[in-house]
Design a protein. Structure first.
Length: 115
């Protein structure tokens, strides 16, 4: 909904196309922003299933319980990455600049095609 649409209000209807009421464009945009914020908080595991509480009021154990699965997965992926890079440790040590370009090389279109 762009401001240049000229819409002042949107109709709210039942499934049978019976008019229930209307909602102003500003109210609709506020609802969309609020839903987007909630979706992003869930995506980033800030709120999760406990949407009634705020992030800072949630106990440390709840945060730990929510995050521990990802921490274990990331730890194992780090071990796998280390085992893959171990044969090249000498080269990476002598040419440290190569280590800085590894993330960029991983995200090139050619590397994506090989995955």
């Amino acid at each position: 909904m762009k401001p240049r649409d000229g819409l002042v209000a949107l109709p709210v209807v039942y499934e049978q196309n019976i008019l229930l009421g209307n909602i102003t464009r500003d109210e609709a945009l506020n609802i969309i922003k609020e839903e987007h914020t909630n979706d992003m908080e869930r995506f980033m595991a800030i709120m999760g299933k406990h949407a009634n509480t705020t992030y800072l009021k949630t106990s440390i154990w709840t945060h730990f319980r929510i995050s521990v699965g990802w921490l274990v997965i990331l730890a194992f992926s780090g071990l796998i990455s280390d085992s893959i890079l171990e044969p090249y440790e000498g080269t990476l040590t002598s040419l440290m600049i190569l280590a800085f370009y590894m993330p960029q090389a991983y995200e090139t279109p050619e590397a994506r095609q090989q995955r």
